[in-house]
Design a protein around this ligand. Structure first.
Ligand SMILES: *[C@@H]1O[C@H](CO)[C@@H](O)[C@H](O)[C@H]1NC(C)=O
Ligand SMILES: *[C@@H]1O[C@H](CO)[C@@H](O)[C@H](O)[C@H]1NC(C)=O
Ligand SMILES: *[C@@H]1O[C@H](CO)[C@@H](O)[C@H](O)[C@H]1NC(C)=O
Ligand SMILES: *[C@@H]1O[C@H](CO)[C@@H](O)[C@H](O)[C@H]1NC(C)=O
Ligand SMILES: *[C@@H]1O[C@H](CO)[C@@H](O)[C@H](O)[C@H]1NC(C)=O
Ligand SMILES: *[C@@H]1O[C@H](CO)[C@@H](O)[C@H](O)[C@H]1NC(C)=O
Length: 772
């Protein structure tokens, strides 16, 4: 080729490329991808994987270095980047790339944001949270307090309000020397002032959310939302005397592990939490030296190889870091869980024995009880007009739906659902209403009562009472009502009750693993709050509080994270799976009336698909007697039993040359502390489990079995005699279905190893299904 034509050729190529990239930026904006790389193919010429990733990215794409967001070392093998379709294509062609996955935006597991139309069946999941920090069952454990000073908890959330007294470092010894993390500076965050021997880390991860959304995140660890401060203070908050939300729930507030250290990783914003940011934070947390990771967020359930939280948590588990996640707030629908990987603790939510009663007295002489955290001026004694459903979606009290001429001076009945509960109150108030009865429906909450700090006198009632009041408001003669408030009451019975909003199984990713694992306090929980947000999170609410009351599995997850800290402090040599086993096998399934657990949706019996192994019992979890341990090799054998390609397994395991030389016949063979038995092709399911003695030398256990009449369960042997601590014994359990696959109703049982000191309990669910 003559040199002039070469120049012309090059020139036209350049123009073409320029044109293409211009067109692309018009036609299709860049999207964020997580790029999975073949880690062990790094050429020797690169000193680090990071250098290789950066160079590979720049060579294959014409993209500017800015579009590379993160490189990952520990939680993942690869990097994330904002890519155009042609750049995606270029990377896909590379032999060094396993795959590219579009970034996912996760949600906090308490939210008051309205759902889109059509999704109104989903509960709006966040409502009062009140950490029952006055749980006094942990206060006697002083040696544990000392030991937990050496345990570091990572909370991945909306940041932290560092001035809160829960994060004071009074009387704390120096930070453990292994700590590698940092506190970053911002205009409103001075590490020298705001970080201390309690709050030892504060970092921000926002490149993913900035690339995927219109968000312009504030580059500061400071929590302007409140959620992160709430979850962090629930897990590890120091005791703070005499706190309340506007007078409600007054008492001393403390987290589950008040002496352990807190490292905050801000990954969530008003727009949500990007998978690429979460992964970067997990990567950082692991390298910083944390012991427990608490994540009250999630969304959907993807196969593990496409789930950044599951992939990051696999590496954490291998490093001995315990990962605790919220189960989600999409109950009572079945199969509504997130965060179901077997190496994660999946936490559901229930009530505590405290409540906030409020009363609606009607003109017909009836008086009904609901709940409220209203704290303003009362309505007085005088009954006023009661009104419901004037058309135009006024039954839901959507913004703009209420006609002020009809509503003024009255109490308005509003159906729960669609828009935030507290917003309905403001809509009523703006239209001149003087009170609201917030009434649940079948689709929204059932009998579940969530308390909110409303701005207008409000009583929240369940569906049954709601139906009666709706009927009276529509058909009564001159219907009237007055609302009053009962403050805080304790010793509520029954409690705990499983929350209707708590997400349920079956686990749709791997149905052979029962999820959720366990549940804890998650309804009307008091904990710390952001000084930059109102208690209702409404912009029009100008109140500021140090403590707030919320609900959600976001609230129960950090309870379990904090209790895991205590177990880690008491037993530093236990693996994450041993800690999980202790939390599960000692959980209880009777409430404080000594009856089987109920569900707030309709106060009928709850099942392990909602409550897992049961409600956490921190005392018993410290001395479980026996544990079901699982090693990384066991989890690999589990993955090998799924119909995953080797590439998918490598993505999760992140080891060169991982093989499936050992694989389970069935994923349910994993040494898990619960059983999910699927009668599909076969009417016989057989599993072997291994128990490790963590109790006295020479302990003897006998099995007890509870099974539905439709299944025969046999265990061999029926007695286990253990030697030293660490001694392992196996048993085999055989489940035989007596009924055909056509019957789809789930049933439940229990396998328990007992002696005078301990009961080591495993729930069993039986599912008859045609899958597999
Ligand atoms: C707690 O605080 C409230 C309000 O600030 C105050 O009235 C009360 O006396 C305090 N109680 C105790 C025991 O300090
Ligand atoms: C419903 O809204 C429409 C338009 O805003 C209005 O004309 C109509 O009067 C409203 N109906 C009721 C019952 O308020
Ligand atoms: C209702 O909508 C108006 C107009 O968009 C807005 O100014 C107001 O804040 C909204 N009210 C509530 C309670 O959201
Ligand atoms: C569980 O397995 C891990 C990994 O093999 C081991 O380090 C640990 O000692 C075992 N036992 C317990 C109780 O964690
Ligand atoms: C309660 O609700 C569950 C669904 O969550 C349903 O299966 C059950 O039949 C209901 N029980 C009663 C008594 O209505
Ligand atoms: C993985 O396998 C390849 C090819 O079989 C080999 O060259 C390499 O050394 C192995 N790596 C490790 C860490 O075993």
């Amino acid at each position: 080729m003559a040199s002039s034509s070469l120049i012309r050729f090059c020139f036209s190529i350049t123009i073409l490329i320029l044109l293409q990239s211009c067109l692309h930026s018009v036609v299709s904006a860049k999207k964020t991808y997580i790029v999975n790389m073949k880690h062990n193919q790094k050429p020797e010429s690169y000193a680090t994987h990071r250098e290789w990733y950066i160079d590979h990215f720049q060579t294959l794409t014409s993209a500017s270095p800015d579009s590379l967001l993160y490189t990952y070392e520990t939680a993942y093998h690869g990097f994330s980047a904002a890519l155009s379709p042609s750049e995606v294509e270029a990377l896909r062609q590379s032999d060094s790339v396993v795959g590219l996955y579009e970034d996912t935006i996760y949600k906090l597991h308490t939210t008051r944001t309205p759902e889109f139309l059509g999704l109104d069946k989903e509960l709006d999941p966040r409502t009062g949270l009140t950490l029952r920090l006055d749980f006094n069952f942990l206060s006697c454990l002083q040696e544990l307090d000392r030991a937990s000073e050496n345990v570091i908890v990572a909370v991945l959330d909306t940041g932290v309000w560092p001035e809160l007294k829960s994060f004071s470092d009074a009387n704390m010894p120096d930070i453990p020397s292994r700590w590698q993390g940092k506190c970053v500076a911002a205009d409103d965050f001075d590490p020298k002032i705001h970080c201390n021997k309690k709050l030892i880390g504060a970092q921000v991860f926002s490149k993913g959310i900035s690339a995927s959304t219109e968000a312009k995140p504030l580059q500061s660890p400071r929590d302007t939302n409140g959620h992160g401060t709430h979850t962090a203070s629930t897990a590890v908050g120091k005791q703070v005397q005499n706190v309340s939300l506007l007078g409600y729930a007054r008492g001393n507030a403390r987290g589950m592990a008040p002496h352990s250290r807190l490292a905050v990783y801000k990954v969530c914003w008003d727009e949500g939490c990007a998978g690429s940011d979460i992964l970067a934070a997990m990567d950082m947390a692991m390298n910083d030296g944390v012991d427990v990771i608490s994540m009250s967020l999630g969304g959907g359930s993807a196969t593990y190889a496409r789930d950044p939280i599951a992939i990051g948590a696999f590496a954490a588990n291998e490093k001995g870091i315990f990962v605790s996640c919220s189960a989600g707030n999409s109950g009572p629908s079945e199969s509504s869980l997130s965060n179901v990987a077997p190496w994660i603790l999946t936490v559901g939510a229930g009530t505590i024995d405290r409540n906030f009663p409020a009363y609606a007295s009607l003109g017909n002489g009836e008086k009904y009880t609901g709940v409220s955290l209203y704290s303003g001026e009362g309505m007085g004694e005088e009954k006023v007009g009661l009104i419901y459903d004037m058309g135009n979606n006024s039954d839901m009290c959507l913004n703009g739906s209420l006609d002020a001429s009809l509503v003024r001076g009255k109490v308005v009945v509003c159906d729960r659902g669609f828009n935030p509960r507290v917003e309905k109150g403001l809509v009523v108030k703006a239209a001149g209403g003087v009170g609201m009865i917030l009434a649940n429906t079948e689709a929204s909450g059932g009998e579940e009562l969530l308390a909110d700090a409303h701005l207008v006198p409000t009583v929240a009632v369940g569906k049954k009472i709601g139906d009666i009041i709706r009927q009276y408001a529509k058909t009564g003669k001159n219907p009237t009502a007055v609302l009053s408030f009962g403050g805080t009451v304790y010793n509520v019975k029954p409690s705990p009750v499983v929350a209707a909003f708590s997400s349920r199984g079956p686990n749709i990713v791997t149905p052979e693993i029962m999820k959720p694992d366990v549940f804890g306090p998650g309804v009307n929980i008091l904990a710390g709050w952001s000084g930059a947000a109102s208690p209702t999170e409404l912009v029009d609410d100008t109140r500021r509080v140090e403590f707030n009351i919320l609900s959600g599995t976001s609230m129960s997850c950090p309870h379990l994270s904090g209790i895991a800290v205590l177990l880690k402090a008491a037993h530093p040599d236990w693996s994450p799976s041993a800690i999980k086993s202790a939390l599960m096998t000692t959980a209880y399934t009777l409430d404080n009336t000594n009856s089987p657990l109920l569900d707030t949706f309709n106060y009928s019996l709850s099942t392990p698909l909602a409550h897992g192994a049961g409600h956490v019992d921190p005392h018993k979890a410290l001395i479980p007697g026996l544990v079901y341990n699982a090693t990384t090799e066991d989890y690999i054998a589990f993955l090998c039993s799924l119909d995953y390609t080797m590439e998918m397994i490598e993505t999760i395991v992140k080891r060169p040359n991982v093989t499936c030389s050992r694989k389970f016949r069935d994923p349910g063979q994993l040494n898990y502390p619960s059983f999910s038995v699927l009668f599909g092709k076969s009417r016989v399911v057989k599993y072997t489990r291994e128990l490790t003695n963590v109790g006295p030398v020479g302990s003897v256990y006998k099995v007890s079995i509870r099974a539905p009449s439709s299944v025969a369960v046999s265990v061999k042997p029926t007695k286990l005699v253990f030697g030293e601590v660490g001694d392992k014994k196996r048993y085999t359990v055989t489940f035989v279905s007596k009924k055909g696959v056509s019957s789809m109703k789930n049933e439940f049982g229990l396998i328990s190893w007992n002696n005078a000191q301990n009961q080591v309990k495993s729930p069993v669910s039986f599912l008859w299904t045609r899958r597999k």
